[in-house]
Ligand binder design. Structure first.
Ligand code: UDP
Length: 252
């Protein structure tokens, strides 16, 4: 059992993580939980080992982005399911980039699942569970005054840089990055950084070597669709990513 690096109070508890204060203002500790939820938490389960897998996968992906000059909140790992990060003011917008049609896009649009999207499609959602995270239009975004036009431009640019970086990395290990969601935040000095997590909970990943539409799934859709083998699939993603990334650093 890892000793908790949280030396301060619980600041926030989400569906898959807890965020704690530390004795430093510019440092928070994130605990990755084994809780799995889908459909706005209507479906729930405990998946032993999921938190540690997502923590490691996220660390490797954040470090990969950092090497390519994409700023993130990540500082380093601590034990098997804790990550030390910089505190950020989270932008209440979920940023989704889609390379292949799947999920809500296919439920809302007459686009068959599996259709390649070139150029990739960027969708923004208002982060509000009570409202069901609705799709945002630019006019609605402007109306809510959540972001300045410059900030929106910076978010778009960052999202596509993240997509290029992750799509290439996953392609090297025979995984197709179908789509993903990121969250962004502003640090105390006003820098826009990628925050939250990047893992099979937040990315759709298909095994390129497999053509069967269910068997190829190596992400949270295994849980959403009751396909079983969720933790095994996440383990496979970690194993592949570890094969092409340096070991994740330990904080401190
Ligand atoms: N996603 C996420 N959190 C959310 C909604 C979506 O991480 O609250 C991810 C999801 O795993 C997928 C991508 O964002 O990789 C696009 O999801 P989509 O809009 O298709 O919604 P879904 O089909 O998951 O309801």
């Amino acid at each position: 059992m890892t000793l908790s690096p949280a030396t301060g109070p619980l600041l926030y508890e989400g569906k898959a993580k807890r965020v704690y204060a530390t004795d430093q203002d510019d440092l928070v500790a994130v605990e990755y939980k084994d809780d799995a939820t889908a459909f706005n938490a209507l479906k729930k389960a405990q998946l032993l080992g999921k938190g540690a897998l997502n923590c490691r996968i996220s660390a490797l992906l954040f470090e990969h982005l950092e090497r390519l000059g994409v700023p993130t909140h990540y500082l380093g790992l601590q034990g098997d399911h804790w990550m030390m990060v910089r505190p950020v003011r989270v932008v209440p917008v979920e940023v989704v980039v889609r390379n292949v049609a799947a999920g809500s896009l296919c439920r809302q649009m007459p686009i068959p699942a599996g259709t390649p999207l070139d150029p990739p499609l960027l969708d923004l959602y208002y982060k509000d569970d009570a409202l069901g995270d609705p799709l945002l239009s630019e006019a609605r975004l402007e109306r809510l005054q959540l972001l300045t036009p410059d900030q929106l431009g910076a978010i778009r640019e960052l999202a596509f840089r993240v997509n290029d970086a992750l799509r290439d990395l996953f392609a090297r290990v025979e995984l197709e990055l179908v789509d993903f969601k990121i969250e962004l935040g502003f640090t105390a000095d006003g820098a826009l950084v990628v925050a939250d997590e990047i893992s099979p909970d937040t990315c759709r990943l298909w095994n390129r070597a497999v053509s069967d539409a269910q068997e190829r799934i190596l992400d949270k859709d295994r849980f959403r669709q009751d396909l079983g083998g969720v933790v095994e699939a996440y383990g496979e993603v970690l194993k592949r990513v570890q094969g092409v990334c340096p070991e994740a650093r330990v904080y401190g």
